[in-house]
Write a protein that binds this ligand. Structure first.
Ligand SMILES: N[C@@H](Cc1ccccc1)C(=O)O
Length: 534
């Protein structure tokens, strides 16, 4: 009957006798014992596994002991086996009675000849006789070898003061060793009794369940690591930002167009064609095809915007009537505002070059997309809130905090009667959502905003002010050529997605987050990969 079976040995372990049995048996004669001296050749992980198995059944109890041990390096081992360099030199000289210095490296290894000769002189074991070496001592005591032999058997150094010296000479090294001090537990026995893992119908029938030795559940066992997909920390933080924007009824701009024209990326933003940002050193230009056609509607972006605007409370009147938009007029008005001045602005007054307008670039900021959306708003001007979070490209020298491609978070608000104070207030509530409550604004310059402000936040962890964004009120030179009414004001701001992610997850090198050097282990093990419950 199952309940009356006598104890049987537990299954064999690693093809050898089970270590748990060895541990139980050892406790019978020696208690407590230390695992390192009892089982010197068994790997520490195996010992720990066996101890845990026994401890979970209260058969043993143990304490962990860390200690530093001294081990021989390969060179140290060689000296312990064959003797020190000076010993080898002395022996060679002694054996030949008189040995020419030139011949020494043939008798002993070159290394020994070099190091050993000087030492053997110092110890007065040998002396020079013309070009030769002759022995002085009849017999010598090779202290170095004796000491290393001691280390080899005891894993410890007799004189701690000397240890440093031997470490410097790379003859010994120290290692951490974990050992366990084991004693009998309240349920110690010579063997692990048979354990029943399932309650069966037969056991209920024959009553053996009453005496059966059920194996306890191990509630502390960790689940196996699942090799599953993981959210990238940047995606996770991006989702947090999207939630903030959606809660405030912002519409997400369609940002699929990584390649855009100089018109949308620069000209329409009143960035003069000679502006340094447009230099090859700062902007990536596309060579094939080198240029786009004149600015026109983007049907894919329009369809996406129509759909989102229809869903939005602010945009309850949905039709954008984008067919009303005259892109050719817009393009010529943008040209006029640069070249001759227009809409009350004196402009930059330089010859505007069509080729720069149609030149294809990897967008340097998502403000290119905001510009497209704001122009589209002119078909049906009204208060609107837009945001985007997507990739931008800059011809940067890559270092720990800069990449040639990164992500921008951008928000744009259009309304009547907006003021700079309103923008500061909005930014304060926005960054408050991220836990940054202490803001400072610094006057700055953007060709498309006036005034412009850099935003600094106080980072308590770093104990300093960190630049967290750029912002401003869009200029009439940008908005009026679009056909937006004069009293509709627009302000906007932009920040990188990488910066807050790095701060949040304590990443000091941006290349750990994005690019070809990303370590998948970092992504998998990072708290950021856990999905939200909602
Ligand atoms: N385009 C700016 C950010 C910005 C957006 C909107 C208004 C003002 C500034 C940048 O790349 O830094």
């Amino acid at each position: 009957m199952p309940g009356q079976r006598g104890p049987v040995p537990v299954p064999l372990h690693n093809g050898n006798r089970d270590l748990t049995l060895d541990i139980l048996e050892a406790l019978e004669s020696t208690e407590p014992f230390q695992t390192q001296s009892q089982f010197p050749d068994v790997p520490q992980a195996e010992i720990k596994a066996a101890l845990d198995r026994l401890a979970s059944r209260s058969m043993v109890e143990y304490d962990t002991q860390d200690r530093e041990i001294v081990v021989l390096t390969a060179e140290g081992q060689q000296i312990a086996d064959e003797g020190s360099h000076e010993y080898k030199v002395w022996k060679a000289v002694k054996e030949s009675g008189k040995l020419s210095i030139k011949e020494l490296p043939q008798k002993v290894a070159a290394e020994s000849a070099k190091v050993g000769q000087g030492n053997a002189f110092k110890l007065k074991w040998i002396k020079k006789d013309g070009d030769s070496l002759v022995p002085i001592a009849d017999s010598v005591q090779d202290v170095t070898r004796e000491l290393l032999e001691h280390v080899a058997t005891n894993a410890a150094f007799p004189d701690p003061k000397q240890l440093k010296d031997y470490q410097k000479r790379k003859l010994v090294a120290t290692q951490k060793q974990i050992a366990y001090k084991v004693r009998k537990g309240p349920r110690w026995a010579k063997e692990i009794p048979v354990e029943v893992t399932d309650l069966t119908a037969e056991m209920l029938e024959d009553g053996s369940w009453q005496t059966a030795n059920f194996k306890p559940y191990n509630f502390k066992a960790l689940g196996a690591n699942q090799n599953s997909g993981a959210l990238h920390p940047l995606n996770k933080v991006r989702e947090e930002f999207r939630k903030i924007f959606f809660n405030w009824d912002f519409i997400e701009m369609p940002t699929a167009r990584f390649v855009d024209s100089g018109f949308w990326n620069f000209d329409a933003l009143f960035v003069p064609q000679q502006h340094p940002a447009r230099d090859l050193q700062d902007t990536f230009y596309v060579s094939d095809p080198p240029s786009s056609g004149p600015p026109g509607p983007d049907p894919i972006a329009d369809a996406a915007l129509d759909e989102m605007e229809a869903d939005s409370a602010t945009f309850s009147t949905s039709t954008s009537k984008s067919s009303k938009l005259d892109y050719a007029k817009y393009a010529s008005d943008v040209c006029a505002v640069h070249e001759t001045g227009a809409f009350g602005s004196i402009g930059y007054r330089y010859p505007y070059n069509e080729a720069e307008t149609t030149r294809l670039v990897l967008r340097t900021h998502t403000t290119a997309v905001s510009t497209y959306c704001l122009h589209r708003l002119a078909a049906n001007p009204r208060p609107a809130r837009y945001f985007s979070i997507d990739r931008v490209f800059r011809n940067e020298t890559v270092d720990a905090t800069h990449l040639a491609e990164f992500h921008q978070i951008e928000g744009v608000i259009a309304d009547y009667g907006l003021t700079l104070g309103g923008l500061m207030d909005f930014l304060a509530s926005f960054f408050k959502k991220l836990g940054i409550t202490n803001l400072r604004f610094k006057p700055a310059y953007n060709p498309y905003t006036e005034p412009s402000m850099e935003v600094f936040g106080f980072h308590a962890g770093l104990d300093k002010w960190v630049e967290i964004g750029n912002s401003g009120m869009f200029r009439p030179e940008m908005l009026l050529p679009m056909g937006l009414p004069e009293d509709l004001r627009v302000y906007g701001f932009g920040l990188s997605l990488e910066r807050p992610t790095m701060i949040k997850y304590g990443v000091s090198n941006i290349r750990e987050l994005l690019g070809h050097k990303v370590d998948l282990g970092f992504i998998e093990s990072n708290a950021a990969v856990r999905l939200d419950k909602d």
